[in-house]
Design a binder for this molecule. Sequence first.
Ligand code: MN
Length: 236
Amino acid sequence: MALEEYASKRRFSDTPEPPPNLKAGKSGTNYFCVQRHDATRLHYDFRLEMDGVLKSWAIPKGPTLDPGVKHLAAHVEDHPLAYGDFEGNIPAGNYGAGSVMLWDYGTFDLLGGVSGAEQLARGDVKFRLHGQKLQGEFAIVHMKGRGKGNEWLLIKKRDEAAVSGWDVESYAYSALSGRTQEEIARNLPVRKAKRKTAGAADRVWVSDRSAKRTAKAAKEPKASPVKKKRSSTSAA
Ligand code: MN
């Protein structure tokens, strides 16, 4: 059943991550996000909204705009839609303990001519991303018969958004709050000046639960650029 594995790994009394509620969050928006997660090992969690959940892959080297490199993406459990705006800290002793940065978010166009479910089943999902950092066409492809069966590759297609030699670590700040990983880990306030990013996501939804959490972390909710941004984008 959807989100059962997600729920079984977490104690929601101890972690600020959203509970496995299938009705929370806005569905049907073709939302994608990438979370930079400083857990036991730093990795990037890549998530695509499909069938009311976030299909998820953990990418140790992160996504890239360089079409010349293919990065391993380990398929992991579905996450609830409400996870899509999660940024914060998973306390020690919990699954995935460490800081989580909302590194990028936006929408995607599904390519490939058939449904996302069919593309997932055949192990080859094609899409175009409209994020703040990630843009253009990608494919995520299952390497059948390899490892535990959960190994996929995230591949940037050659198009106008491709950049050879692109370095993910040059963009190590939150697309939501502008904070670095360390600033998130220390619960420091959101940055006042918005960082320059290539293109803006045209829509994002933010749950009330997360809004309260972010405001509390910022300790100055009235001045929060996240809050301003939310009010200007929540209609989408
Ligand atoms: Mn993770």
